[in-house]
Ligand binder design. Structure first.
Ligand SMILES: *Cc1c(COP(=O)(O)O)cnc(C)c1O
Length: 385
């Protein structure tokens, strides 16, 4: 079924899936099989050729392709508005596949500074150790990128909503700059989800996500998404097949189930996060709140232009008074587990000592009054400190 003209919510539910051709099972089955059998030598030879040239639907071995995973690939491509998508075992697999399949020794990459910790390790340690040059800059000002451009710059890589300061990059402006120099532009859009922003529409060449977060949404599977042209995604498939970073069919199935409710969940998370950001901003104990939906956010005007469906579920804030006070606050809330990760239906609280005693909330889908009552416990505990 051609779903191109259907709305995002319909695509989230229907795209990539349909009754199973052999049994009519309406829900996509979990094909837990490592290998696939053929009727004859000739068919087998053809199967190998098809799988190795990434013919859609070809199945040979589940490190290479698998029907459950392929359904998720089709759904994600439909959600991103991409020609094709590949699903890796986790977000870091997606990040590294996107980088490695577009960079060789001697190339140069410019990347953003406010970035996921493991991506930073890859950029600052792993890639340079293999002969790839890296410059890390504040991408919220395009001039910083311009200054670092070199003849061998092959990739610009950034997180569109940064972690943990929640700053936005001007995707359209950076895409124009990249393309004027033949540079490949890769965007990690984990913090927003495809429901809130589709970087390919702004000119990015490839988009990656930790699907573990908003796509899966229930904290029960790891998953990495890569979308772009079929040519580029096939290159990623080749790397993934050889590096061994394909997702398991069961995790892909959990991601398929999660994806169907992503628009509902993310809309609720945006609504809750905005209410919590406003509540926090009004508290005298709070030094500053980072949330792109607040008028006080230094890029609120950019956010209003780029984010039409909501400002995301992530809120970071700082309490005046240092580490002990932050720890007391975090230890006193009861509803929000202290945990890393984000995008789940459950609200998570993440103390970030190394980021200037910042507290990061991944706001979930609970009733916002209960969440605010819980934060009140934190504020009550730090009175007089
Ligand atoms: C979590 C995260 C990743 C890594 O994803 P995993 O699924 O944990 O491997 C990459 N980028 C961002 C922005 C993330 O938040």
């Amino acid at each position: 079924m051609d779903m191109k003209n259907m709305s995002f919510a319909t695509r989230a539910i229907k795209a990539g899936e349909g009754p199973d051709p052999t049994t009519g099972a309406l829900n996509t089955p979990i094909y837990e099989t490592s290998t696939f059998a053929y009727h004859s030598t000739k068919e087998f030879e053809q199967g190998i050729d098809d799988a190795m040239s990434w013919v859609p639907g070809a199945c040979l071995y589940s490190r290479t392709t698998n029907p459950t995973t392929q359904a998720l690939e089709r759904k994600v491509a439909a959600l991103e508005g991409a020609e094709d998508a590949y699903i890796a075992s986790c977000g870091m697999a997606a990040v590294n596949l996107a980088l490695l399949s577009n960079l060789n020794a001697g190339d140069h990459v410019i990347a953003s500074n406010d970035i996921f910790c493991c991506t930073r390790s890859s950029l600052e340690d792993i890639l340079p150790s293999k002969g790839i040059e890296v410059d890390i800059v504040d991408v919220t000002d395009i001039k910083n990128i311009q200054e670092k451009l070199k003849d061998n710059t092959k990739v610009i890589y950034l997180e569109v909503l940064s972690n943990p300061r929640l700053e936005l990059a001007d995707l359209a402006g950076i895409a124009e700059l990249a393309h004027s120099r033949g540079i490949f532009f890769i965007v990690d859009n984990t913090f927003l989800s495809p429901y809130l922003l589709r970087p390919l529409e702004f000119g990015a060449d490839m988009v990656v996500h930790s699907g573990t977060k908003y796509l899966v949404g229930h904290g029960d599977a790891l998953c990495g998404l890569i979308s772009g042209t079929k040519e580029k995604v096939d290159r990623v498939r080749y790397y993934s097949d050889n590096l061994g970073t394909h997702i398991s069919p069961f995790d892909a199935w959990l991601a398929l189930r999660g994806a169907r409710t992503m628009p509902l969940r993310v809309a609720k998370q945006c609504e809750n996060a905005l209410a919590i950001a406003k509540y926090l901003e009004a508290k005298p104990e709070v030094g500053y709140v980072y949330y792109p939906g607040l008028e006080s956010h230094r890029q609120h005007d950019v956010a209003v232009k780029m984010l039409k469906n909501g400002f995301g579920g992530m809120v970071s804030f700082h309490l005046e008074g240092g580490y002990e006070k932050m720890a007391k606050f975090v230890d006193s809330v009861k509803l929000m587990p202290i945990a890393t990760s984000l995008g789940d239906v459950v609200t998570l609280i993440h103390p970030k000592h190394h980021e200037g005693d910042l507290i990061r909330l991944s706001v979930g889908c609970e009733d916002v009054n209960d969440l605010i009552a819980d934060l009140e416990l934190g504020f009550a505990a730090i009175q007089g400190m």
